[in-house]
Design a protein around this ligand. Structure first.
Ligand code: SAH
Ligand code: SF4
Length: 411
C-alpha cells in the first residue's frame, strides 16, 4: 500500500506547465484518478485504447478497497497496471493533523495546493439511529467562503479557492480508509454512512466539482450511498438549486437562519440577491422534480439560534408562516461561538420554547446535538486554527482589535 500523497496532481500540472525548459523536459504530471467520475474514467480508458469496463474495476479498487497502488489491482493485467503506474496516480490530499475523540468523533485537517498550501477540515460524527449506527461525514467544498454570513467563522476568513473533485472526494476516501488501514484489502468495507456538505465553503458556488464528487458518492462502483444519505447544504444560491434539481437526486438543506428578509439580509447577505420568496419557490421546485421516489420528500431547514437576534416567539411565528407550503424538517443549531463573534448562543430554555412552537404546529423540529467538543469539531464550525490570508480576514482582525481597544479603555 503506498502512502498518501502530498501534492495533488492538478496543482503539479499548473506548476509544471508554467516552467518551460528548452533542453530538459520535465516529466509529465500524472493524472490523479481519485476525483474522476465514472463517465470521465470510462473516457480515460477508451482514450488509452482500453475497454470501458476497466473504469468500474479501478473505481472499486480505489473507493471500496482503498487501494492506491496499481500493483494490488489483481483483476487487471500486469501490462495495463504498468501502463497506469507510468501515467496516473491515486492521491488523496495530505493529512496534516488528525484527532480522534473518545466519543467517536474524528477530525482531519488537510493541506491542499502547492507549498504551504491552504488548510481545510473534515469531521466525522457518529450517532445511533433507528437504522443502526450512523457515521456522518461533514465535508468541505471550498477554502474559505465568499458569502460572509455574519455568524460564520468561514465567512470571516474570506474566499481563497475552490476544492478540486479529488480534494472533495478525498475527504470521504480518507475517512473510510481511517477505519480500514490495518484491515487486509480483501476484507475492507465502506464505513461512512452519511455525507453532509456542511463544512467550509458554499457547495453550489463550486458546482461542477461538488456535482462530480456527489456522483461518486452515489455510484455503486464507488461509495454506493443512498441518495437520502447525501445532503447538500446551501445558503440559497437560487439558480444553482434549479440546476441541481436537473443534475442529481440528493437531499437538500437550506441555511435559513431568519424568517424575514430584513433580518436575513443581515445574517445571510446572499439574501439580498435571492430573497426569501425566491428561495422558498426554488425549494418547492426542487421537491416537485421527481415526486416520492426521490430523496426530495422534504428540505431540511437549518436555523442557527442566536441569542436575542432570531430566537424570539415572533420569529417562530413568522417561520411557521414562511414554511406553511414547504414540506420541511427544521433543525435548530445552537450557535457555536468563535473568538470575537458578534453573537451569543441562545439559552437552552429559549431553544426548547422555539422548538415547541414549531412542533405544536406540526413540524418535525430537532435540536442539533453539539458533539466532538473535546476536539473542537462541531459541524459548521470547522476553521478554528486554519490560517487566513485574505483582505476580509485582515479587516475582521482589525475590527476585533479596535473593539478590544475600546473595551480596554472603557474598562
Ligand atoms: N455554505 C453552506 C454549507 C456550509 S455551512 C451553507 O451555508 O449552508 C454549514 C452549516 O453550518 C450552515 O447551516 C451554517 O449556517 C452553519 N454554521 C456556520 N457557522 C456556524 C456557527 N458559528 N454556529 C453554528 N452553525 C454555524
Ligand atoms: Fe459561507 Fe455557509 Fe459560512 Fe455563509 S454559512 S459564510 S455560505 S460557509
Amino acid at each position: 500500500m503506498s502512502s498518501v500523497a502530498v501534492v495533488s496532481s492538478e496543482n503539479m500540472d499548473e506548476k509544471q506547465q508554467s516552467v518551460s525548459t528548452p533542453v530538459v523536459q520535465a516529466a509529465a504530471a500524472k493524472v490523479n484518478l481519485l476525483g474522476m467520475s465514472r463517465p470521465e474514467l470510462e473516457k480515460f480508458f477508451e482514450d488509452l485504447g482500453e475497454k470501458k469496463f476497466r473504469a468500474g474495476q479501478v473505481m472499486k479498487w480505489i473507493h471500496q478497497y482503498f487501494v492506491t497502488d496499481f500493483a494490488e489491482m489483481s483483476n487487471i493485467s500486469g501490462k495495463l497496471r504498468e501502463k497506469l503506474e507510468k501515467i496516473c496516480e491515486i492521491k488523496a490530499p495530505e493529512v496534516v493533523h488528525r484527532n480522534y475523540s473518545k466519543d467517536g468523533t474524528r477530525k482531519w485537517v488537510f493541506r491542499v495546493g502547492d507549498g504551504e498550501g491552504s488548510l481545510v477540515e473534515t469531521v466525522l460524527i457518529p450517532a445511533e439511529d433507528k437504522t443502526g449506527a450512523r457515521k456522518t461525514l461533514c465535508i468541505s467544498s471550498q477554502v474559505g467562503c465568499a458569502l460572509d454570513c455574519s455568524f460564520c467563522s468561514t465567512g470571516k476568513q474570506g474566499f481563497q479557492r475552490d476544492l478540486t473533485p479529488a480534494e472533495i472526494i478525498g475527504q470521504l476516501w480518507m475517512a473510510n480508509y481511517s477505519y480500514m488501514e490495518d484491515v487486509p484489502v480483501a476484507e475492507r468495507e465502506r464505513t461512512v454512512t452519511n455525507v453532509v456538505m456542511m463544512g467550509m465553503g458554499e457547495p453550489l458556488l463550486n458546482y461542477d466539482a461538488v456535482l462530480s464528487s456527489m456522483q461518486l458518492m452515489l455510484d455503486d462502483f464507488a461509495y454506493g450511498m443512498s441518495k437520502r444519505r447525501v445532503t447538500l447544504s446551501t445558503s440559497g444560491v437560487v439558480p444553482k438549486i434549479d440546476q441541481l434539481a436537473q443534475d442529481i437526486d440528493v437531499a437538500l438543506a437550506i441555511s435559513l437562519h431568519a424568517p424575514n428578509d430584513e433580518l436575513r439580509n443581515e445574517l445571510v447577505p446572499i439574501n439580498k440577491k435571492y430573497p426569501l420568496q425566491q428561495l422558498i419557490a426554488a425549494c418547492q421546485r426542487y421537491l416537485a422534480k421527481d415526486g416520492n421516489e426521490s430523496a426530495r420528500r422534504h428540505v431540511t431547514i437549518e436555523y442557527v439560534m442566536l441569542d436575542g437576534v432570531n430566537d424570539q416567539p415572533e420569529h417562530a411565528q413568522q417561520l411557521l408562516k414562511l414554511l406553511k407550503n414547504l414540506p420541511s424538517k427544521i433543525n435548530l443549531i445552537p450557535f457555536n461561538p468563535f473568538p470575537h463573534a458578534p453573537y451569543g448562543r441562545s439559552s437552552r430554555n429559549r431553544i426548547i420554547a422555539f422548538q415547541k412552537t414549531l412542533s405544536d404546529a406540526g413540524f418535525v423540529c430537532t435540536i442539533r446535538q453539539t458533539r466532538g467538543d473535546d476536539i473542537d469539531a462541531a459541524c459548521g464550525q470547522l476553521v478554528g486554527q486554519v490560517a487566513d490570508r485574505t483582505r476580509r480576514a485582515e479587516q475582521w482582525k482589525k475590527k476585533v482589535a479596535q473593539q478590544q481597544e475600546i473595551l480596554r479603555t472603557q474598562g
